[in-house]
Structures are given as structure tokens and as C-alpha cells.
Design a protein around this ligand. Structure first.
Ligand code: CP
Length: 334
């Protein structure tokens, strides 16, 4: 990315204004911040229409027939990339999965020149994952009026479709958000998943949100004022209805001082059957993946009846179908 491009990046505060049109249509999805409870509920309701019973064929429509979706993943991904790909195809779109390792960005092409080139090929929706904060909003600010940008994971800042699929999974099992206690456990400081989850849960009116981590991996309290920050897993899990384990984001941690080793981490922060005895009797366990069995979660718990991990993945396709269909509806009214 060129110096000029970095300099021109918008402030993160600009993102909510950018993503909804004056008439209320979803134009881009950059963050869950600024979306109302009614808007989040409408997206979750739409996602439900794209789910079919287990063992039945996946739902297909031609809502995106004639549209083209490009997946631009500048960081690794299994779940998000595969589910956006499937979601777009199940809606009848053409899909371009750009191989970023052989793209001209590797030769120094600026991201905007790359976007201008691709939008000239009549791509309607870009799905973007990038390690740098601000990239999805920066692109959204510069593309044509008839193009949508969807944030598929932005540094440690935002992962809005993950937040939506987490909300959908929780709502399916525990629909009364106001009477829920949700504990998110692990590397909160470096987690875009935690940020989007807290934003979504806060908007939905969740009774209590607890963030549990070693001190070295705790968030800035000002960053997530609606949540309680705790450092003992037992305090976080006690009475919780939902326990979400997170991976330690070693790729985003510059200095590993104060970060426990694997055995110490599991002993103090591993979500296990034993720890879950403190939670509500019908508590569910979640993990966004990729998962490190035996580090942040006991392997057999991840495969137990409490675990919603594969359900989260199934819901991920439905949520991405909902977002793709919503933004293309907005593009049709532009
Ligand atoms: N949860 C998540 O974003 O997974 P991927 O990195 O595999 O997309």
C-alpha cells in the first residue's frame, strides 16, 4: 500500500455512516457498530430463511443472478472464505476467488488501483479480509456507487459477519438476550471476533457480557464499556448461559511477555467440562475457529452436545447469504 493511500484512510468513526443509505438500505457491511437492534434482527430473520433442515439440500435462489462477487482475502481463512463463496453461489452469483499471492498487489500495485481494475470488470460485491485496520472502509469510500464492500475480517478491529453468525447461534438457543449472561474467554485484546460479538450483544440488550483473559490479553476497558473484564475463568463462567472460547492470536502479539505457555494457559483459561459445571445447566459453548484443541478448549467439550461450533459454521453460510442479498437489493435501488 502506498504512503498516499495510508494517509487518506478514513477514521474508524466514519464507518457506520458509510454503510447504511439515507433510506435505510444496507450498502456496505463494515462493522456492527451503529446498526440498530431492529436492523440486526432483520438480518438474523433473513438468515433464518436460508437455513434448511440437516440432511436436506441447501437453500438456493437466483437473487444474485447476473451479479458477480469477488473474494479478496489478504489473510488466511477457511470458514469465512468458503462460506462467502458458497453463499454467493447458492444465490446464483458468479464468484471470483482472487489468488492474492499471484495478484499484482504483490508487485506493488496499490489496493485502490486493484479495486478500480476489478470494478471495471463489473464486479458488484467485494468481500475483503485484510491485516490492516481501516482497509474495508477506505475501499468503500472510494468505489463506485454501484459496488458494495463486505468486511470479512479486519485486523483486530472488526469481523461483522462472524458477530452476526454468533448472534444467530445464540438466538436459536437462548432468544431472550436481556436475561442472558455471555462469557467470552481468551485473547480479547487482539480479537476482532470479540469486538464484533460485544457490539452485537450490546445492541441486542444482553443482560451481562463478561470478558475473561490473562491481564496481558485484556482489552482497554474504554474500548468495550458495556462488558465486565475479569481475570479468573471461574468468575467468568459461573452462571453463564453462553461461553465463547477464543484462540490466542499469536500472529498479532508483538511481545509474548506475560502470555502464559500452552500448559499454563489451558490450566487457567481452558474451557473444559469441569469448568462448565459452574455455568448454567443448559449453557452452550461456542468457538469461532480456527480452534486449538487442548489449549483454549478441551477437545471432548468441543465435540460434546453443549458445543455449537459446527452450528456456527452452518449459520455462517446463511448469514452471508442474508448480507449478500441485502446489499444487492440496495444496489438495485441506487
Ligand atoms: N472464524 C473465522 O474467521 O475463521 P476463518 O479465519 O477460517 O475464516
Amino acid at each position: 500500500m502506498s504512503v498516499t493511500e495510508l494517509f487518506e484512510r478514513p477514521r474508524v468513526d466514519d464507518e457506520p455512516d458509510l454503510q447504511v443509505t439515507p433510506s435505510g438500505g444496507l450498502r456496505h457491511l463494515l462493522t456492527l457498530r451503529g446498526l440498530s437492534r431492529q436492523q440486526l434482527t432483520a438480518i438474523l430473520d433473513r438468515a433464518e430463511t436460508f437455513l434448511s433442515p440437516q440432511g436436506r439440500p441447501a437453500v438456493r435462489t437466483d437473487a444474485l443472478r447476473g451479479r458477480t462477487v469477488a473474494n479478496l482475502f489478504f489473510e488466511p481463512s477457511t470458514r469465512t472464505r468458503a462460506s462467502f463463496d458458497l453463499a454467493a453461489k447458492r444465490l446464483g452469483a458468479d464468484v471470483l476467488n482472487l489468488d492474492v499471492n499471484t495478484s499484482s498487489r504483490k508487485k506493488g500495485e496499490g489496493i485502490l488501483d486493484m479495486m478500480y481494475t476489478l470494478q471495471a470488470m463489473q464486479i458488484d460485491v467485494f468481500v475483503v479480509r485484510d491485516a490492516s485496520a481501516g482497509v474495508p472502509a477506505y475501499i468503500a469510500r472510494h468505489v463506485n456507487d454501484y459496488v458494495s464492500i463486505l468486511n470479512a475480517g479486519e485486523s483486530d478491529v472488526s469481523h461483522p459477519t462472524q458477530g452476526l453468525l454468533d448472534l444467530l447461534t445464540i438466538r436459536q438457543h437462548k432468544p431472550d438476550f436481556e436475561n442472558l449472561t455471555v462469557a467470552i474467554v481468551g485473547d480479547i485484546a487482539h480479537s476482532r471476533v470479540a469486538r464484533s460479538a460485544v457490539q452485537g450483544l450490546t445492541t441486542m440488550g444482553t443482560g451481562e457480557i463478561r470478558l475473561v483473559s490473562p491481564r496481558a490479553l485484556a482489552p482497554d476497558p474504554a474500548d468495550m464499556p458495556s462488558a465486565r473484564i475479569l481475570h479468573r475463568l471461574e468468575d467468568g463462567v459461573r452462571g453463564a448461559d453462553v461461553v465463547m472460547a477464543l484462540r490466542i492470536q499469536r500472529e498479532r502479539i508483538g511481545n509474548l511477555d506475560g502470555i502464559p505457555g500452552i500448559d499454563e494457559y489451558f490450566a487457567n483459561y481452558g474451557v473444559s467440562h469441569e469448568r462448565m459445571k459452574l455455568a448454567a445447566p443448559d449453557a452452550i459453548v461456542m468457538h469461532p475457529g480456527p480452534m486449538n484443541r487442548g489449549i483454549e478448549i478441551e477437545s471432548s467439550l468441543a465435540d460434546s452436545r453443549r458445543s455449537m461450533i459446527t452450528k456456527q459454521v452452518t449459520n455462517g453460510v446463511a448469514v452471508r447469504m442474508a448480507i449478500l442479498s441485502a446489499v444487492t437489493e440496495t444496489l438495485e435501488t441506487q
